[in-house]
Design a protein around this ligand. Structure first.
Ligand SMILES: [Zn+2]
Length: 511
């Protein structure tokens, strides 16, 4: 057997796993040894000599797949505790639960517990990077500190953006102002702080962007959505993104109502939000558009021209009655695609296997003409696509020397994997997370044998139990409030769904 000398400085060796390496066959991956030195992949070889090396921890990766850690490219940690609270509801209704106006302030303990819990779920399903687009309302520095402390303690990589806006929710949804009696209008905004004096963006710049980010954290900006942000706010966002060379995450065209709102309110931009952004000078490669369900073909071309990307969140899009993103059109135009699991209150599960499976199934159902094989595309979106959108494409999302050692080991001694006919197709269509056994972030094993190593998981569940009475009490108040609004919400939703909408394509991805 041809043994290779293990690279200097190796601290961890993943031995004999079948690894999804760039440019190689992901259906039938070869066995490889992966040497990790500190936080980086130091080398990959068929067989590293490692006997008599007491300074190297060896993980027996035989009967495992080694995949790049998944990048959850769209997620919000603010409603982790609301998982499983809702049945399927229209997006506009859901927003009143997820980001309600007049939301009672949360305790720092609750913020800490929910951040840990969300990160734990992500790690246990093989995600090594989370893009957290977080609403902290009302903003308190101690909440921000609690979030950073939680992420540091749990050991996950984070691309962090605060979510902000300067337009009230009621003015961004078609028919709402006319449908609801005026005394109910104060209940229809969402908690993005348009009325508060704090300059959140300026504060974020002075307290965070100007200093080096904490370990494993990189900064991003999170304007909530174009229709909820004024032109000056978006231009300021872009100016900061360019100055610090950081990514921007925003929501666009998640629902039919969002596309309709654009057609009704910005005729000067042909009713198209992407045209508005291009003319405002803010459309650039740093931008990531979560959802993008109702993009028109012309807007897709504009995204491709400007190098902007999308992050698809199929779970929430289905549950919130939003529709199906035009996956094939986006792929055809060469638009960068990442995958996310969005809020816990709408997607419920932070599970990239579910997101990948839905991505391939929706690409299939939305276009009657057979297209390219999608399993490897789904895996690339869940890894490289999300990494590139975060402007981390040179350091995460691939298993290659010099890249960060962010890796997930899937145990294939499981019925899902017998027989293994295609690693890529079985990862996407069969594996659901049960096989995630070890997770490495920054060269450190943070999940070993399906258990978090950095914090005792039981303490996280206990912390959540402690804060749940307060959360449930406040969520019940919000639910009662939404119930009062329900007849008007239903009426407005019917109007949104039946009003004519110029799309240039069928609204479920077909062309
Ligand atoms: Zn979102």
């Amino acid at each position: 057997m041809n043994e290779t000398e293990i690279p200097d400085g190796t601290t961890l060796l993943l031995k004999g796993g079948r690894a999804l390496l760039p440019g190689k066959d992901w259906h039938d991956p070869e066995c490889a040894d992966i040497a990790i030195a500190g936080d980086k992949i130091a080398g990959i070889a068929a067989d590293y000599r490692h006997v008599d090396r007491t300074d190297v921890e060896v993980i027996d990766a035989r009967d495992h797949l080694v995949v790049p850690g998944f990048v959850n490219a769209h997620y919000h940690s603010h409603d982790v505790l609301a998982k499983g609270t809702l049945e399927e509801v229209p997006l506009e209704t859901w927003r009143l639960y997820a980001l309600p106006p007049q939301y009672p302030p949360r305790s720092a303990e609750e913020v800490y517990a929910r951040t840990l819990l969300g990160a734990l779920e992500c790690l246990r399903s093989g995600m090594t990077t989370i893009q957290d687009m977080l609403t902290l309302y009302p903003y308190q520095e101690r909440h921000m500190d609690a979030v950073m402390k939680a992420y540091d303690a749990v050991g996950v990589r984070v691309v962090f953006a605060l979510q902000y806006a300067d337009r009230k929710g009621i003015d961004t949804i078609p028919f709402w102002r006319d449908t609801f009696p005026s005394e109910l209008h104060p209940l229809l905004s969402t908690s993005t702080e348009p009325e508060r004096q704090l300059d959140l963006l300026g504060h974020f710049e002075s307290t965070r962007l100007k200093s080096p980010a904490p370990t494993r954290v990189s900064w991003a900006l999170g304007p909530s959505s174009p229709e909820r942000c004024s032109t000056p706010l978006l231009q300021r966002t872009t100016e900061l993104a360019r100055r610090y060379d950081i990514p921007v995450y925003t929501h666009i065209y998640e629902s039919r109502g969002m596309a309709l709102q654009a057609r009704l309110t910005i005729p000067e931009y042909s009713g198209l939000l992407i045209e508005r952004l291009a003319k405002e000078g803010v459309l650039d490669p740093r931008l990531n558009f979560a959802h993008s369900v109702w993009l028109s073909p012309r807007e897709i071309e504009m995204l491709a021209e400007h190098g902007a990307g999308v992050v698809l969140n199929p779970q929430g899009n289905l549950k919130m009655k939003c529709g199906i993103a035009p996956i094939r059109l986006l792929q055809g135009a060469g638009v960068r695609i990442g995958l996310g699991c969005d809020n816990c209150s709408c997607s419920d599960a932070q599970n990239m296997f579910v997101a990948m499976k839905l991505f391939t199934l929706l690409a299939a159902v939305s276009d009657p003409i057979p297209g390219p094989p999608q399993a490897a595309n789904a895996l690339r979106a869940a890894t490289e696509g999300g990494a590139e959108g975060a402007r981390l494409g040179q350091s995460i999302g691939r298993i290659a020397p010099g890249y960060k050692a962010d890796l997930t080991l899937i145990d294939t001694a499981d019925p899902s994997w017998s027989p293994m006919n295609s690693a890529a197709r079985q990862l996407v269509h069969i594996e659901a997370g049960r096989g995630v056994r070890h997770v490495v972030v920054d060269g450190r094993i943070v999940v070993r044998d399906r258990r978090l190593t950095t914090i005792d998981e039981a303490t996280i569940y206990d912390a959540v139990k402690t804060v749940m009475p307060d959360f449930r009490r406040d969520f019940a108040v919000i639910s009662e409030r939404v119930a009062k609004l329900q007849p008007y919400l239903d009426r407005a939703h019917r109007q949104i769904m039946t009003a004519p909408l110029d799309m240039d394509r069928l609204p479920f991805g077909s062309h």
